[in-house]
Design a protein around this ligand. Structure first.
Ligand code: CTP
Ligand code: MG
Length: 226
């Protein structure tokens, strides 16, 4: 199974000077935790990391330190996550049939989660890892008036990995470019093209490190594990 890791963001909401994936978490860069889990997965055999070229020297240092047994390639990312994944898809080795996509910022995903996702992807064209939402979610208009309260039992919070048949996902990305769709995950492109996306039960600890609070939580969880 091939894995693409979008890692080309800037971490604006983290408020740091550099890509948040290079911030230190228990003594190691955030991205190295994500990579260690992918390296430990039984099912993943090839990894592509999409990054901004100015971060490549740091990424190379992380790889040197990790000394992975799997082939890992650095791929130039884009100005949006969607564009970074598009670039990653173009850089997949010929013959890559199915692909998992996992945000570099989800550094707490376990090797077992990658393996469960890869296994499930053999039986469907598209999937996402997700968990049932715990909060009651409100739909709010521009004036900050609540317009709707969707039934919570139908609401799931999307995580990554997300997995797809490569040929289909490439077609969905091309359709998105043509039609100007702007989305925050790959499943949304699949959905807009009318293709089915299956749910795989995610992990509550698989948070996306987005703000400084997430960094503190991630550190706490990693400490509990070690
Ligand atoms: N990402 C990417 N290319 C971009 C933007 C984001 O590959 N042009 C990646 C990020 O590096 C991250 C993942 O997509 O691993 C999820 O994005 P997000 O959490 O939003 O990270 P950032 O875009 O870096 O953060 P922010 O939105 O706060 O700036
Ligand atoms: Mg972002």
């Amino acid at each position: 199974m091939h894995l693409l890791i979008p890692a080309a963001g800037s971490g604006r909401r983290m408020g740091s000077q550099r890509n948040k994936l290079l911030l230190t978490l228990l003594g190691k860069p955030l991205l190295s935790w994500t990579l260690a889990a992918a390296e430990a997965s039984q099912q993943i055999s090839w990894i592509g990391i999409m990054g901004q070229p100015e971060d490549f020297p740091d990424f190379e240092a992380i790889l040197k330190d990790l000394s992975p047994k799997k082939p890992i390639e650095l791929i130039q990312g884009g100005t949006t996550r969607q564009e970074s994944v598009y670039n990653g898809l173009q850089a997949l080795p010929i013959g890559a049939d199915r692909v998992l996509i996992h945000d570099g910022a989800r550094c707490l995903a376990t090797p077992e989660l990658f393996d469960r996702s890869a296994d499930a992807l053999l039986g469907c064209p598209g999937l996402i890892v997700a968990i049932p939402v715990k909060d009651t979610i409100k739909v709010v208009d521009e004036a900050r008036i609540v317009r709707d309260t969707p039934e919570r039992s139908h609401l799931w919070a999307a995580q990554t990995p997300q997995g797809f048949e490569v040929k289909l996902l490439k077609q969905c990305h091309e359709a998105g470019r043509l039609k100007g769709w702007e989305v925050t995950d790959d499943a949304a492109l699949f959905e807009k093209c009318g293709l089915p996306v299956r749910i795989v039960k995610g992990e509550e600890t698989n948070l996306k490190v987005t703000t400084p609070v997430d960094l503190a939580l991630a550190e706490f969880i990693l400490r509990q594990r070690s």
